[in-house]
Design a protein around this ligand. Structure first.
Ligand SMILES: *Cc1c(COP(=O)(O)O)cnc(C)c1O
Length: 395
């Protein structure tokens, strides 16, 4: 059975070009880029090239890029740096729908480190209100951390306008752009964003590599303290294959950027329409107007997401669910809950996230199979609905 992979917001496949580019750096060019000898030096030059490719993708200059181990490290680095370099400011402004990498760090800082966190809410379309942000950012705000695109719904936030608000109050602006890089145009030379996080494995590079953009002139305090690597901003011998892979992935993303994203959006829109036409009582979660081109989060009323996923899986279709019932908690997604999605729909929410490696035939297959699955499950739903109801009223 062929796998139809529509879970690209969780992780992506490594592109063939990326894989080929990486291989020589395991056995042939394994030198330490910091070494004086030519063998290490030649590896160092590859890192320079990768940094340039990645910088070009986001409109940064190469000196503004620090390679990290991924999105999570970049997020922690940015937020903790702002707090360390602005010790008089004790507030963080963020949203209720951030990725756990930001959400749980902010909870930790509030519970154990005495910081005040101002949580920006979202409306039922998953959108934030810029005026609420404006009211929340004060002279006491060290950092505003707001994601560029939400990983569950794909909703895009007006990060550049918020960066202006932060700048007016002398606060730093961080954006977790892990889901946005490569999918929507980003030009950091044209805005006030201080820090931007990205991750390799969400754009067809390997897992365990990412980067943090640090705007030139921003005061910075490293998270990982050690050697002089990354211009003294991140200690530790460089993950050379990862860095080379991320550079190659950045080049690939730039190639035919518009055409590829339009093609992916076409497939996503087709999938959305196909499912809405064939399944009653289904609704889109998240603002359709400001949304990543690859993401479709759709709630099917009166069915359980985990059951849908299992049946999709039997057909070789990989997607993900809006609730985290698999973890045993039966906790619905914090994102969909913050949006006020009714519990009958939260639990039946499925995220399909596409990439340039999906095909129209795959979309057709999913449009054909999903309605049958929903119908079968709804025929037996009174029992499962009751289970959900009980589980949800407990907490
Ligand atoms: C995947 C993801 C992360 C975490 O990135 P890792 O490289 O896996 O640490 C952070 N933020 C968002 C929005 C993500 O989708």
């Amino acid at each position: 059975m062929k796998t139809i992979y529509m879970d690209n917001n969780a992780t992506t496949c490594v592109a063939d070009e990326v894989f080929q580019a990486i291989i020589p750096f395991f056995k042939e060019f394994y030198g330490n880029p910091s070494s004086i000898h030519f063998f290490g030096g030649s590896v160092g030059r590859e890192i320079v090239k990768s940094r340039e490719s990645l910088a070009a993708l986001i409109g940064a200059s190469p000196q503004e890029i620090v390679f990290t181990s991924g999105g999570t490290e970049s997020d922690s680095t940015a937020i903790l740096s702002a707090l360390n370099t602005m010790p008089d400011r004790r507030e963080i402004v963020t949203t209720r729908v951030e990725h756990p990498a930001v959400l749980n760090l902010c909870k930790y800082l509030s519970r154990f480190k005495g910081y005040t966190v101002k949580w920006i809410s979202v409306d039922k379309r998953g959108m934030i209100d810029v005026e609420e942000v404006r009211k929340s950012v004060t002279e006491n705000t060290a950092i505003v951390s707001i994601m560029w695109a939400n990983n569950e719904t794909g909703v895009l936030f007006p990060v550049e306008r918020i960066a202006d608000i932060a700048a007016e109050r002398g606060a730093l602006m961080h954006t977790d752009a892990v889901q946005a890089v490569g999918k929507v145009p980003i030009n950091l030379s044209k805005n006030n964003v201080s820090f931007l996080s990205l991750s390799g494995h969400k754009l067809h590079a390997p897992k365990g590599i990412g980067a943090l953009y640090i705007r030139k002139g921003t005061r910075f305090s490293p998270f990982i303290i050690g050697g002089h690597q990354e211009f003294n901003r991140r200690g530790g011998t460089e993950n050379v294959p990862g860095i080379v892979g991320l550079g190659e992935a950045a080049k690939l993303a730039m190639k035919n950027f518009d055409e590829e994203n339009i093609r992916v959006k076409g497939m996503r829109d087709h999938l959305q329409k196909g499912l809405l036409d064939r399944v009653s009582q289904a609704r889109i979660n998240g603002c359709e107007e400001f949304r990543l081109p690859n993401t479709l989060n759709i709630g099917f009323e009166f069915v359980e997401g985990e059951a849908i996923l299992m049946r999709l899986d039997e057909k070789g279709i990989c997607a993900s669910s809006g609730s985290a019932c698999t973890s045993g908690s039966l906790e619905p997604s914090h994102v969909l809950r913050a949006m006020g999605v009714p519990f009958t729909s939260v639990h039946g929410s499925i995220r399909f996230s596409l990439s340039r490696y999906n095909t129209e035939d795959e979309v057709e297959f999913v449009i054909e199979k999903t309605p049958q699955i929903i119908e079968t499950l709804r025929a037996m739903s009174p029992f499962s609905l009751e289970t959900i109801n009980t589980a949800c009223t407990v907490q």
